[in-house]
Ligand binder design. Structure first.
Ligand SMILES: [Zn+2]
Length: 325
């Protein structure tokens, strides 16, 4: 946990909501809501540990690892922020000889800046920028274009050009072994966690979003059980330093920098809600009856929302569908 993240998070909540709606294709919004003012967004740098930084702007958190080999970037936020993100990375970089981009999943608030960052890096290095992601991210990005879903219309230069097919990809960069770990059927079907072994830092993508119920993108292969499984795998990586504090640093998909205890609390919350909904399903309740029973009630003040792109009702529905279909 760190202090001072309230301002960007509030901004995220205000502006992220309509933007995310566009790519989820969940609702139609007016132009004003579809066009957040990116000019007002500043990219904040949070030193995480050693040569690893968390960048907070609008959209998913970015993780940057720098060193003698070059720059490794996990997720790229939105294209209109790319100039600011490039300037921030420039300030942090120790070497510009190589750039690697990793995408934790397909959603455009994590991948929309791929093209601009990859092209910029190519100009600096004279070589094609590697974009690594699970194969299912590439599959989703290259699916038949759907006008309501921007991530199916993006340029091939933004596609992952180094997809991995198995459950794991390892690489060595800036003197550090890095594990890219696929998490099946979780937030989507193409989620990866990125574990920086020597620095003891994990970048989780959207399987972990403290302060909000997890988005379960069932249309793109997500499931509540997959999210719980992913969080349990994350908890096998994290090790506390002393009395539930310190130790592994966890950079979530959205929200503040966390530690193991935060992940435990989040995992427990989802597990309890899953069990409650399963119990109501076992008693033969319909979706509406399950919603009316309010299985999330005691967690709603911390994680819930009545408005925005991912309401408490949508979360309960996703859990219900995920368990009953
Ligand atoms: Zn996402």
């Amino acid at each position: 946990m760190i202090d001072g993240t309230e301002q960007p998070m509030n901004l995220q909540r205000m502006v992220l909501v309509p933007v995310m709606l566009i790519f989820f294709g969940l609702l139609n919004f007016t132009n004003a809501q579809e066009n957040p003012n990116f000019d007002e967004v500043n990219i904040r740098i949070l030193p995480v540990r050693d040569n690893i930084y968390m960048l907070v702007g609008l959209g998913g958190n970015i993780t940057v690892q720098v060193g003698e080999s070059g720059v490794l970037v996990v997720d790229t936020q939105f294209a209109p922020l790319s100039e600011k993100i490039k300037a921030t990375i420039n300030d942090l970089a120790q070497s510009t000889s190589r750039y690697i981009i990793i995408n934790t999943h397909v959603h455009s608030d994590h991948t929309n800046g791929n093209e601009a960052l990859a092209q910029w890096a190519q100009e600096l290095t004279g070589t094609t920028t590697r974009i690594i992601a699970h194969e299912n991210v590439l599959v989703r990005m290259t699916a038949t274009p759907d006008e309501s879903v921007p991530e199916t219309q993006i340029s091939p230069t933004a596609w992952p050009n180094a997809p991995y097919l198995t459950g794991f990809k390892g690489l060595h960069f800036n003197g550090e072994p890095i594990e890219i770990l696929h998490q099946p059927e979780a937030h989507t079907d193409g989620d990866s966690m990125v574990f920086f072994r020597s620095s003891d830092v994990v970048s989780t993508g959207d399987i972990f979003t403290p302060g909000n119920y997890p988005v379960i993108d069932i249309a793109r292969g997500g499931s509540v059980q997959g999210i719980i499984d992913a969080l349990n795998r994350l908890l096998r990586i994290t090790i506390v330093e002393d009395k539930q504090e310190g130790g592994t640093k966890v950079i979530p998909g959205h929200g503040r920098l966390c530690e193991e205890a935060d992940v435990v609390e989040y995992r427990n919350m989802i597990t309890i809600i899953r069990d409650r909904v399963q119990n109501l399903i076992n008693r033969g309740m319909s979706l509406q009856e399950v919603k009316d029973a309010r299985p999330t009630l005691d967690y709603d003040t911390e994680y819930g929302s009545d408005t925005g792109f991912w309401t408490t009702g949508m979360f309960v529905e996703a859990v219900y569908r995920s368990l009953s279909e």
